[in-house]
Design a protein around this ligand. Sequence first.
Ligand SMILES: *Cc1c(COP(=O)(O)O)cnc(C)c1O
Length: 388
Amino acid sequence: MKDEGHRLETLCIHAGQHPDPTHGAVMTPIVLASTFAQKSPGQYEAYDYSRAGNPTRTALEGCLAALEGAKHGVAFGSGCAATTAILLGLRTGDHVLCGDDVYGGTFRIFDKVMKQWGLEATFMDMSDPAMVKAAMRPNTRLVWLETPSNPMLKIIDIAAIAQIAKNAGAQICVDNTFATPMLQRPLDLGATMVVHSTTKYLNGHSDVIGGAVLTSDDALGDKLHFLQKSVGGVPSPFDCYMVLRGLKTLGVRMKQHVSSARTLVDRLVKHKQVERVFYPGLTTHEGHEIAARQMKGPGGMISFELAGGLPAAKAFLESLRVFVCAESLGGVESLAEHPAIMTHASVPADVRKTLGIGDGLIRLSVGLEDEGDLADDLDRGFQAAAKA
Ligand SMILES: *Cc1c(COP(=O)(O)O)cnc(C)c1O
């Protein structure tokens, strides 16, 4: 299929994929070979060695690039490997301006790994573009942001920040893991590159760790492919196949994730044991207007503050039978977790407090189970929390 002009739901299923010329197989073959025969020394068609390139990976990279409206897709063995490859493209003495509530693993790469190599990063709330502009330094080479953010689902104005970065000659990278290209396309809004943990919604079945970077900048695309083969954090052909398979249902999955999340949010806002609900679809949410402008839907992630603090939150999470208490997100199964103890435990307590990650905060990844069963499960949690 030619990818030109098709809509996202169609691209999910076909982009980057062509019936296999050998047998006409409709599904992309998993090419496990590490090496490829050469007709004469140095003479080969597309592939010589699977770290440098692999047909199953090429199909995945093509599909992801098409979905984000990018010219180049570069796949990695994890979201963190994708992030690291981007940062390896910077130099000692460069400065990165980063959102203050980015994924904990991203923070750790900046704080514990890249710092040793002389890469400087500052973390800030990017809700106010004027503050971002003021924080740019002459050596700021990259602006890094996540929207909606985790776990507070803060919204950042991608177009406004992209303009600031562009004016300062810096690149801007948006981690689009929470929204997926079905709901938000950062490159269309001016971002230089998009990074994904394909582990989450894109694969969607909680059985792969993977990542990718998408960009339309030719020089950056070449550089990332060079870093991919040089540093070698590549995904296995099997994992590439799994993500391709997951992507086929991304369109329908995202519609249902959003629809079920909206249903649960309607119940949560009315519940007397709920102090606050964080969801970009709520008109009362701080970033609602920007979200409505830059997103096609508010997503499948919800955070809420449960009355009764830690004992109530623990009782709530222990009593759930449909939601699984686990880290991660974006799978077919619903997950519930306690950010302060689980996903955000490495964030210092005082920083958690400023970010609003309290002891009663619960984060939900709304899956694809029956909405009524999910609602009943939350009721079970509330009953247990009331007795705690
Ligand atoms: C999970 C996640 C990552 C890291 O991805 P891995 O695949 O676990 O390495 C990065 N960003 C966000 C927003 C994530 O949720």
